[in-house]
Design a protein around this ligand. Structure first.
Ligand SMILES: [Mg+2]
Length: 359
């Protein structure tokens, strides 16, 4: 087989609409700023991925980073592991955290997609496994007492057996009131995960987790500042498992968190952990530590990755890119089911992209 080489990397910035405005304990997301990546190869195959910049103010900067890093790939073989090593060396002084790792990961995901398309197999198959149904939860915001139970009921009606809610109302009493309303809406058999988005001090987190544990939550996510590994470690063993990982930049961050005993569960984000390449290394760390590993957003590609993750746990369904995708991920009977197509399943709805494109 001839070597597949990168011909060009094209990007487009979009602001996609959200079905429900996403409220968290630390801010509101009203539209979804995404950089769409098309990595063209000399075989006429185009690898695709997207990165989510969290806030519109970072959209342009991330797009420029992807463009500039993409230029360095032109003419090179589509070998994501080797190109990851090249980025590692090239970016050593700048550092591979923050926006830089997001851009690198986006390119890595597009490279792997191109490889899978070239081999005409789904990404999970290229990685040595095969697509399989992955348990999925529907991920909600800080939705309060009206929208919260409504969304929870809709999720259960749609076949979900697990939901996640953002938490961090002004008082513990309000947290408990919302949690109990959600429990009433979904019944006793449905998992409820709780996410504080780093919103609490350690003592306040301890007080709230002790109370939430009595309500039977499946996990408590990022109760305090994510860099505070010792703080997270102190919050374990209170009756509710501690979940974190969406802000780990590269497998090294994950290794430090595991070493500090910061969490019971891990949920790396494919865009921050280093793309497919970084994810596979993170999966090995989770396996070694015996830690169940879930995904964070990016449901389409994460469904393939969890299918080959030894300690695969839950896939998060938060449909951020759905409006610009040709085929959003399907969820059936509580499981995510990858489309039976080659690649990662990321392809654009071009009409939608045109409608939401800002750059
Ligand atoms: Mg979270």
């Amino acid at each position: 087989m001839t070597t597949l080489c990168v011909r060009q990397v094209r990007t487009r910035a979009v602001q996609a609409p959200l079905e429900y405005t996403l409220k968290t304990s630390t801010g509101v997301i009203a539209t979804v700023p995404l950089v769409l990546i098309d990595l063209e190869t000399d075989a006429g195959i185009t690898g695709r991925s997207y990165v989510f910049t969290y806030m519109p103010l970072a959209l342009k900067a991330v797009q420029v980073l992807v463009d500039e890093l993409g230029t360095t790939l032109v003419g090179k073989p589509v070998e994501p592991v080797n190109l990851d090593a090249e980025f590692e060396s090239r970016l050593r002084l700048l550092g591979r955290g923050g926006l830089v790792i997001m851009a690198c990961s986006g390119l890595d995901m597009a490279l792997w997609d191109a490889l899978a398309l070239h081999q005409d197999v789904p990404l999970a198959t290229l990685l040595g496994g095969s697509p399989r149904p992955v348990p999925v939860y529907d991920s909600h915001g800080l939705d309060g007492l009206e929208l919260g139970p409504l969304r929870a009921r809709r999720a259960v009606e749609a076949g979900f057996r697990a939901i996640k809610t953002k938490m961090g109302y002004a008082t513990l009493a309000q947290d408990l009131e919302v949690l109990r309303a959600l429990r009433q809406a979904v019944g006793s058999d449905v998992h409820i995960m709780v996410d504080y988005n780093q919103g609490l001090s350690v003592p306040e987190a301890e007080r709230r987790i002790r109370a939430l544990a009595q309500e039977g939550v499946t996990w408590v996510e990022e109760p305090t500042i994510q860099e505070n590994l010792a703080g997270h470690a102190r919050l374990r063993g209170l009756g509710a498992p501690i979940q974190m990982g969406e802000n780990w930049c590269g497998p090294g961050d994950m290794q430090r968190a595991l070493q500090a005993g910061a969490c019971d569960f891990a949920m790396p984000d494919v865009m921050k952990i280093g793309g497919v390449t970084g994810w596979m290394r993170a999966a090995a760390l989770a396996q070694g530590a015996g830690v169940p590993m879930s995904s964070h957003i990016f449901p389409e590609i994460s469904a393939h990755l969890l299918a080959v993750t030894p300690t695969a746990h839950w896939l998060e369904r938060m449909d951020l890119a759905g409006p610009v995708l040709a085929q959003p991920l399907r969820c059936v009977d509580g499981c995510a089911v990858s489309a039976d197509v080659p690649g990662s399943g990321v392809a654009w709805n071009e009409d939608a992209v045109r409608a939401y494109q800002v750059n």
